[in-house]
Design a protein around this ligand. Structure first.
Ligand code: A3P
Length: 309
């Protein structure tokens, strides 16, 4: 009989220490991160959701596997590490979480046993991450917030339990209510760290424009500079069309769960359009003006500049 797969209720939202999270992120999984055992040879992909997380996972995976998508070790790839990927009943309220705490050990065992280099993914902001995070290699991906809002709307908006309109998605961004917290703080904290020897700060828009150049920079930053031949393959297979094909195959074969019984990669639509400036077809003039005002108030005093076109 086919094994029944447990799909967690991503619709359930809750707030912890002033930040909104989906139901697959628990208070206890956030708290746990401060004492997480970081390894020096870990590679951490840190992003605000919808900034190109899965694209970077594929790029790093390809770099580590000589450019062959079917050779990527995806054992830790099914989700951000603060998300639940254990086949247990997920609490739907703070009270339930206290009454029936999640047993993290199966999840942590998988991570503890994983061979180096581990590729770990998180959306948590810097303050919530392990204190010695920067002893590992960190690749931070940033993307212009208008395309992030649209991507989030596309991803979560049709979920009947949320549900989002474009207007609501934009307002939530401006009110710091998007899951995983305020976007300006998230990007600015890592921008401040950009010169740290273990941090590589990548802009989604730059990566779109000049993939080979930025992929080589990322590869060198994690100590894996690429030959031209391998670089060509990484560029080819991380292109959205090839990436979509890879995901399709993985989803069809049910591959990608972190622990037995967890959801297959590809269950959720992480590969959408993959272009810059799509927000222009979806923001009204009034929404755009309000957003620009908000953006200016949060970002005018930083030299971090985004491409919106
Ligand atoms: P859009 O919804 O704008 O198309 P995340 O992985 O952080 O959830 O980000 C999802 C966004 O990254 C989506 O953006 C998705 O299409 C885009 N993306 C995924 N794979 C990509 C790739 N190979 N190249 C470019 N963009 C990609």
């Amino acid at each position: 009989m086919a094994e029944e797969r447990y799909i967690p209720p991503i619709a359930f939202e809750h707030q912890y220490k002033g930040i909104w999270y989906p139901g697959v992120v628990l208070d206890s999984s956030i708290d746990r991160m401060r004492t997480f055992q970081v390894r020096e040879d870990d590679i951490w992909i840190v992003t605000y959701p919808k900034a190109g997380t899965h694209w970077m996972m594929e790029i790093i995976g390809l770099i580590l596997s000589n450019g062959y998508p079917d050779k990527i070790d995806r054992s830790l790839y099914s989700s951000a590490i603060e998300m639940i990927r254990v086949n247990q009943k997920i609490p739907r309220s703070k009270e339930e979480e206290q009454e029936h705490p999640i047993d993290w050990s199966p999840f942590m065992d998988v991570i503890d046993r994983a061979p180096s280099p581990r590729v770990l993914l998180t959306h948590l902001n810097y303050d919530l991450l392990p204190q010695d995070l920067l002893k590992a290699k960190v690749v931070y991906v940033a993307r212009n917030p208008k395309d992030i809002v649209l991507s989030w709307f596309d991803f979560a908006g049709k979920n009947p339990a949320l549900p989002l309109t474009m207007d609501k998605a934009i307002t939530k961004m401006m009110n710091d209510e998007v899951h995983w917290g305020p976007w300006p703080q998230h990007v600015r904290q890592f921008w401040e760290l950009r010169d740290h020897e273990n941090v590589t700060f990548v802009l989604y828009e730059d990566l779109k424009k000049e993939p080979a150049k930025h992929i080589q920079t990322i590869a060198s930053s994690i100590g894996r500079p690429l030959s031209e031949e391998v670089l060509d393959r990484v560029v080819k297979f991380s292109h959205i069309d090839a990436h979509r094909e890879t995901f399709k195959k993985m989803a069809e074969s049910g591959q990608g769960g972190l622990v037995k019984g967890s959801g297959p990669a590809g269950t959720f639509k992480f590969i959408n359009k993959g272009v810059t400036g799509r927000w222009k077809q979806h923001f009204t003039v009034a929404q755009n003006e309000a957003f620009d005002e908000w953006y200016k108030s949060k970002m005018a005093d930083t030299d971090l500049k985004f491409t919106f076109e």
